[in-house]
Design a protein. Structure first.
Length: 593
């Protein structure tokens, strides 16, 4: 799965010279030269012999090459035979303690002169000789560690220590080849964190990095030893599950991962709540090539997000595949406004008390000429990185207000319409004036427009944020915080801002009737919000149990598939008429009873 801890440690911390040590019987400083020469002749691979005194302390080293070369000259034996070896040894050799690291001894040798790399160095323990190290072995170890370090840098994510995209692709290709030979299956999980950008925006990238490290650890804990957990980029992770029995086994793993993420995450002294969306695909059932298998797991992940997040979905035939070519998508995005390819869809919001429709959220869609109808998941990140989100955001506000007025001119009662505002758009110096101009141009009543902001917008340049919010509030525009609970998650700072509503993120709503932790979170937010006269909207309500529970927890309004999916303007009007007719009929029946 990940690089073994010991291997990572060896790359980050240099081993000691004990790794290189060879025990070579030392000579005594009073030994005769010929006895040392005989040792060299009997041991042709011996590169040097250490010399010690009577106490066992190193005093020198005899270099094989220099010593033997001296004694092959004519008459040398006769002249030097009875001389002590201390006369021929290299004095002041490099002597290091056994606990010295290889990195440190390398620096010592470089400083002392590279000739010591040839003759080697002596290793001691408590000042006494214990062994000898070869300069050649030292060089090999340095080069090997350098190669391991380069391999690690090229194949592992530096933040999480997980395999990166390059190593992941190599392992996936190998896993598919093995599975083909064994006629077995391989599962792929594409995992994307929900609303991770909110943490980076509100708490900073250092905080976000710590979350990614914690997520990597939890994912690794959910996998088997034979599986691979990798980080592709940003908050995207992927898992290779080899020798998988069937799709049920994949579903069990997905449930284990989602369950593991339910517990609060303690990051830098704060408790945060995090969910993920998972898409899965299988070899050879869904695809036979690595790139196609990834693409289909990615498509399934997007479907899980579009369905409400904090969920998993397996690829099924017919799911729309989205190309990973972001450059092409960026070029198309630049032309989308002038080609009139954007469209707004509307999702209703209803009252908890009586089920009446109180408003709607305007949600952008992109009618891409080749890729079909794209949701914001597929292009908003690119729009934000390129700055195109500013122009897109202006279009959304204007189109929402115009549509609202068209409904009123057609004889429909006005409803509150909510529009998402990006941080880049909000921080434009002309933002308030842009909103004022749209209201004046369309004739829309300001109280019918609600701007949805993210928590991250309130964490920087507080004084300027307060000024902008007060100006919008003075216009009569309503203000809401979207996806509340996924970022800074602290109501105390709201006292400074003229906020009207909080929208609780749908990750806290999904299955809330059986999730005690989520229930307590929503109830706590509700109680605190009421003390500040803030309305509360529960997002992502899909079932009757969820609807009843969020009501019991104190939410004022609801939004989700329980009532309707996002609809085009024409379909929304049809739905609204049918819904209100049905409510009126039920009311009449109750009165009759």
């Amino acid at each position: 799965m990940t690089l073994p801890t010991a291997q990572i440690s060896n790359m980050n911390q240099s081993p000691t010279v004990k790794l290189l040590m060879r025990h070579v019987q030392p000579s005594h400083e009073n030994d005769a030269c010929l006895s040392v020469l005989e040792i060299f002749q009997e041991n042709p691979n011996l590169f040097a012999i250490p010399v010690v005194n009577s106490a066992g302390t190193p005093v020198g080293i005899v270099d094989r090459h220099l010593f033997v070369e001296t004694f092959i000259k004519p008459y040398t034996r006769e002249l030097y035979a009875k001389r002590k070896i201390s006369e021929f040894m290299v004095e002041n050799p490099i002597v290091v303690d056994m606990g010295t690291t290889i990195d440190d001894v390398s620096k010592i040798i470089i400083d002392a002169g590279m000739q010591h790399m040839v003759i080697g160095f002596i290793i001691t323990q408590n000042g006494l000789y214990v062994g000898l190290a070869n300069g050649h072995d030292l060089l090999n170890e340095i080069m090997q560690r350098k190669q391991e370090g380069l391999f690690y840098l090229a194949h592992y994510d530096q933040l999480t220590n997980l395999p990166n995209r390059l190593l992941f692709m190599d392992r996936l290709t190998r896993a598919l080849g093995d599975a083909l030979r064994k006629k077995s299956s391989v599962g792929l999980l594409f995992i994307d964190l929900d609303n991770f950008k909110n943490f980076n925006d509100s708490m900073g990238h250092g905080f976000g990095d710590q979350i990614l490290i914690a997520v990597a650890n939890r994912l690794t804990g959910c996998a088997r030893e034979i599986d691979t957990v990798a980080r592709l980029s940003g908050d995207e992770f992927i898992m290779i599950i080899e020798d998988i029995e069937n799709q049920n086994a994949l579903e069990t793993l997905c449930e284990r991962i989602l369950d593991s993420m339910k517990s609060p995450w303690e990051v830098m002294g704060r408790n945060v709540f995090l969910t993920a969306s998972i898409g899965t695909s299988m070899f050879p059932k869904d695809a036979s090539e690595p790139s196609e298998l990834i693409l289909k797991a990615d498509a399934a992940m997007y479907e899980a997000k579009r369905g409400g997040r904090n969920a998993y979905m397996h690829y099924v035939e017919g799911m729309r595949l989205y190309s990973m070519d972001k450059m092409t998508l960026e070029n198309d995005l630049r032309l989308a406004i002038e080609r009139n390819e954007f469209q707004l869809f509307y999702q209703p919001q209803v009252s908890v008390d009586n089920g009446s429709i109180i408003g709607m959220e305007a949600l952008i869609r992109w009618n891409h000429p080749e890729r079909g109808l794209l949701t914001p998941i597929h292009f908003i990140e690119i729009a934000e990185k390129t700055g195109l989100i500013i122009a897109i955001g202006k279009w959304v506000v204007k189109e929402a207000c115009q549509q609202h007025q068209r409904w009123i001119w057609a004889g429909n009662n006005p409803l509150r319409i909510s529009v998402n505002i990006s941080p880049l758009q909000f921080y434009q110096t002309s933002f308030c004036e842009d909103i004022r101009s749209v209201l004046a141009e369309t004739g829309m009543e300001p109280s019918h427009l609600e701007l949805e902001l993210t928590e991250g917008m309130f964490m920087h340049n507080i004084d300027n944020v307060v000024k902008v919010l007060n100006e919008l509030h003075d216009l009569g525009v309503l203000l809401a915080i979207d996806d509340f609970g996924t970022g800074y998650s602290n109501l105390s700072y709201l006292k400074r801002f003229p906020i009207d509503r909080l929208k609780i993120d749908q990750s806290f709503v999904r299955g809330i009737e059986s999730e005690t932790t989520n229930m307590e979170i929503v109830r706590t937010i509700s109680n605190l919000a009421k003390t500040m006269s803030l309305e509360l909207v529960a997002e992502g309500v899909e079932t009757a149990d969820e609807m009843n529970t969020v009501g019991d927890c104190g939410c004022d309004f609801m939004q989700g598939y329980k009532f309707s999916k996002p609809l085009s303007s024409d379909d929304f009007l049809l739905w609204r008429n049918e819904y209100e007719t049905k409510r009126e009929s039920q009311h009449i029946q109750l009165q009759a009873i």
